[in-house]
Design a protein around this ligand. Structure first.
Ligand code: SF4
Length: 244
């Protein structure tokens, strides 16, 4: 069978994004960042806490945390053990406390306690990687500098045939040319909402999914379900190798 050229494949993927984006926007008109915050600093702290933790749990913890610590200086000055206790229930609390204190100290030292607005400056802060920087730039400053790739964005981008990669940086690299820049931030929120409500990891609801006509994984899941008795169904994701 003839192989499609890379540019034709990119065109097909771009058209798929053009088709699914308005559907997702209509379906989730209120999609937004799920981490409660009232300032760039609070979003930075909440995003660090959200690693390997649910946004709901982070929001419970930050409700008190943001009353106790109101500035970069206060986060930088708190003893490590005390901050660990404050954030313990988010998991990995030793590393997270170290990151938050280090990040806050860098803010004080280099930026007068303010959160900077560029990718380079943000990723130079202790404990801040590209994903965290993208969250802060897109949601605190409305700057579309990249696409946030989390577990939902990874899974749905694969199922929608937009990437075959599993590495977040490579997935972001695949997505950027497909999505209009002004939609980079909302794209992640929309996929996260859809991944939580419909296209779940173990049991995607392809039968009722509004993206089904455009999704190359839908028939793979539906066929697998039709062939296997319910009790023996494998929860595996349709292979990214099967989609283009
Ligand atoms: S059709 Fe199925 S696999 Fe495709 S996005 Fe919808 S729920 Fe996910």
């Amino acid at each position: 069978m003839a192989q499609r050229s890379p540019s034709k494949r990119t065109d097909a993927r771009r058209q798929r994004v053009e088709a699914v984006l308005p559907i997702l926007k209509r379906t989730y008109p209120d999609a937004r960042c799920s981490l409660n915050h009232a300032s760039p600093l609070q979003l930075l702290v909440a995003t660090i806490l959200s690693a390997q933790c649910t946004d709901d749990r982070v929001n419970i913890v930050t409700k008190d945390l943001f009353k106790k610590y109101r500035s970069a200086e206060q986060f930088a000055r708190v003893p490590q053990e005390e901050l660990e206790r404050d954030i313990q229930s988010t998991g990995f609390f030793r590393n997270k406390a170290k990151s938050i204190r280090g990040m806050a100290a860098s803010l004080l030292e280099k930026h007068g306690g303010k959160v900077p607005r560029t990718m380079d400056e943000l990723t130079a802060l202790a404990g801040v990687g590209r994903k965290t920087a993208n969250v802060v730039l897109g949601n605190a400053f409305n700057i579309n500098e990249g696409v946030v790739v989390d577990t939902h964005v990874t899974r749905l981008s694969q199922r929608l045939g937009l990437t075959k990669h599993t590495d977040a940086v490579k997935i972001e690299h695949d997505l950027i040319p497909l999505i209009p820049r002004e939609d980079w931030t909302i794209w992640s929120h929309l996929l996260i909402y859809h991944g939580r409500k419909v296209c779940t990891a173990r049991n995607p609801a392809c039968e009722t999914c509004p993206l089904r006509p455009h999704c190359p994984s839908a028939e793979i899941f539906l066929k697998a379900r039709a062939e296997k008795p319910a009790a023996k169904r494998s929860p595996k994701t349709a292979s990214a190798e099967n989609v283009t």
